[in-house]
Design a protein around this ligand. Structure first.
Ligand code: MN
Length: 424
């Protein structure tokens, strides 16, 4: 049976992001009960702790020890690629329409298979460290043009290394978490002194991020050729940003409070194995990168991305951006190689985000800063409202999926609303 035609005994609607060929990993909680590791199929969660307890998911790669009886994925992430592949193989078999072990075990099915609407998704792991890159040439060029003019748009380092900064993991939140408009210090160009108050320029950033599986020891870099052994899988990321706070604070050390009031991620981690059919070349890199950043094989992925905005007055979300992960100039292997080339260690559950994913056309820009070109070209919404930044009550939703020859491997979505600034 070829893998595109393979089906599960669990119903998968045609537009679902989660066919049997996907099998992403996440952490969920039933209305009553503890958190558990699960996979998604169709509109259902499959409880991996229950399968492990029934001895159907004991992995040889870790001598059968418990990997899923935890409220987080860190142990499984750290177990490595052999364990990930073995779990994927076993789950594929257990969920196939022609395999009877789980299909015909009514009691276990009732215990292990739960509809989406009966669970709450949680953060998939303890995220030790969070790094955010700046890997879209289009985004870096747009922002550089706005702030420094066309001739100085790209900093001299940009084409030679994946620029990044250390973010804050404590404020990473799961999709569905709403955030209050942050307070901070801002200063307009003509004001003599800074002022303090709610940000007047809250924005989204369309990003994707990858979770580190096994880390590297302090002092031992991860070469680009070993990236696949260290990348567990990908999620969607909304790197909420307060542009007015950012503009005043970022010199000379980079983003700080403009970024760490909240970063939202989608709940299901899609593995590299599931994404393998959608590998594609990234943009040509000119000048050629230094040897430690060189990649001989394609390592970009064709993920169609979409951002929508829904104001409190709108009855449905409106798409404001369509982009693609493949536009990124620096790929994940290069990001990881660069991050560790000085010996910096990474650990299971670390999150490395891509940076805003802008494409070449104005409708593919991955932030409102660019879509509304620094507040000069308001975004028009179908009900007549306009936006140059996010208003209180606006909901931002990002989705993404790969699709080819009837196979759709998706990420679900990441959504969140900006609530009014807290008073007092
Ligand atoms: Mn960012």
């Amino acid at each position: 049976m070829n893998s595109t035609a393979m089906k599960s005994f669990i119903d998968v609607p045609p537009d679902s992001h989660f066919p049997i060929q996907n099998l992403p990993f996440g952490v969920f909680r039933r209305q009553t009960g503890d958190a558990s590791v699960g996979t998604a199929i169709g509109n259902h969660v499959v409880d991996l702790r229950a399968l492990e307890a029934a001895n159907l998911l004991r992995l040889k790669a870790v001598n059968g020890r418990d990997l899923f009886a935890h409220p987080s994925l860190n142990a499984f992430m750290g177990a490595g690629r052999a364990a990930w592949r073995e779990a994927r193989q076993i789950l594929t078999l257990l969920l196939r329409e022609d395999h009877t072990t789980l299909r015909d075990n009514r009691k276990l099915r009732d215990a292990a298979i739960v509809p989406f609407d009966e669970v709450t998704m949680l953060l998939p792991c303890q995220i030790g460290d969070y790094t955010d890159f700046y890997s879209s040439l289009e985004h870096a060029t747009n922002v550089g043009t706005m702030f420094r003019g066309k001739d100085n748009a790209l900093m001299p380092n940009w084409l030679h290394l994946p620029v990044g900064y250390h973010g804050r993991s404590s404020s990473i939140v799961i999709s569905g978490t709403d955030l209050h408009r942050p307070h901070g210090q801002t200063k307009s160009d003509d004001a003599p002194a800074p002022s303090f108050g709610p940000s007047r320029n809250v924005d989204f950033e369309l990003e994707m991020g990858f979770f580190v599986g096994p880390g590297n020891e302090l002092g031992r870099p991860i070469p680009t050729t070993a990236a696949r052994d260290h990348i567990f899988g990908l999620v969607l990321v909304n790197d909420w940003s307060a542009r007015d706070i950012q503009k005043w604070e970022y010199v000379p050390l980079g983003p700080f409070l403009a970024k760490n009031f909240g970063t939202s991620i989608s709940p299901w981690i899609v593995t590299l194995d599931a994404l393998e059919p959608f590998i594609c070349p990234g943009p040509r890199q000119d000048p050629p990168p230094l040897p430690y950043l060189k990649m001989d094989e394609p390592f970009s992925f064709d993920v169609q991305l979409e951002v929508s905005l829904q104001s409190e007055k709108m009855s449905a979300p409106h798409v404001v951006c369509r982009s693609n992960f493949r536009h990124l100039y620096w790929n994940m292997a290069q990001q990881l190689a660069h991050h560790t080339v000085n010996g910096c260690n990474t650990r299971p559950g670390d999150l490395l985000a891509s940076g805003t994913i802008s494409g070449p056309t104005p409708d593919s820009y991955g932030s409102m800063l660019e879509l509304a070109w620094m507040r000069t070209r308001p975004i028009e919404l179908p009900n007549g409202e306009t936006r140059v930044a996010i208003n209180d009550g606006d909901r931002i939703t990002m989705t993404g999926f790969c699709e080819r020859e009837g196979l759709r491997i998706g990420f679900g979505g990441v959504t969140g609303q900006i609530l009014p600034a807290r008073t007092g």
